[in-house]
Design a protein around this ligand. Structure first.
Ligand SMILES: Nc1nc2c(ncn2[C@@H]2O[C@H](COP(=O)(O)OP(=O)(O)O)[C@@H](O)[C@H]2O)c(=O)[nH]1
Ligand SMILES: [Mg+2]
Length: 203
């Protein structure tokens, strides 16, 4: 069943080598746990975005993510405590073999490109395909990163919006991990979409 609408006993965790180990979450309270994947090519700012959201700071020196990183955050949504498990893919070519495991069981995705690097937009269709193939019809929200770098910007907001519309995704947001623009909004939106989809699946 997609849409893990209650606390699963076991959460699968990929190790740095891409293998899968299993860890057990404390099972003390009933919670909604959602897996969010953040996708997009290396250097677009995925790790920085996750750190900004989880810790509220802009970190310059995020080392290149090796394999898969994890973060989690608890949020309140419609009076419920929701735990977001945020998966951070090290988008390098040599780690592509773990992509199916990375996407599997995801409840929603954030698909990121860099608004200062047009090349990062070109790979988006491939990412949508990988997500759809391995996680099914989950909500995907598109974000254009680094919008504080206004004079370096080469991809307009309209292009992000058009991409989202053409691919029937759940909208587009300009974001900046430096200024914090739309960071909380995007994660709140994705959490809401995951919650609604899980609720619908459960009936
Ligand atoms: N100015 C600016 N730089 C950013 C922003 N987000 C990320 N960066 C920089 O972009 C580089 C790559 O970011 P990182 O999060 O490691 O990308 P990842 O490979 O997608 O995880 C780092 O040097 C970050 O400091 C942003 O919102 N504004
Ligand atoms: Mg990274």
């Amino acid at each position: 069943m997609r849409g893990a609408h209650r606390c699963p006993r076991k959460i699968r965790k990929a190790s740095k080598k891409g293998g899968v180990i299993t860890s057990v979450l404390p099972h003390t309270e009933r919670r909604f746990v959602y897996k969010l994947v953040v996708a997009g090519e290396g250097g677009v700012g995925k790790t920085t975005l996750i750190i900004r959201y989880c810790e509220g700071v802009f970190k310059h020196d995020t080392r290149t993510t090796v394999g898969v990183g994890f973060a989690s955050k608890e949020v309140k949504l419609r009076g419920e405590a929701i735990k977001l498990q945020i998966w951070d893919f090290g988008g390098e070519e040599r780690f592509r073999f773990i992509l199916p495991a990375y996407c599997k069981g995801a409840n929603a995705a954030i698909l990121a490109f860099d608004t200062t690097r047009f090349q990062s937009v070109k790979n988006l269709p491939e990412w949508v395909e990988i997500i759809r193939k391995n996680a099914g019809n989950i909500p995907i929200v598109v974000v254009g990163t680094k919008t504080d770098l206004e004079d370096k910007r080469t991809v307009k907001r309209e292009e992000g919006e058009t991409f989202s519309k053409m691919n029937k995704l759940e909208g587009y947001y300009d974001v900046s991990s430096k200024t914090g623009l739309n960071v909380d909004t995007v994660f709140a939106r994705v959490a809401e979409l995951a919650y609604d989809q899980a609720k619908k699946a459960k009936g």
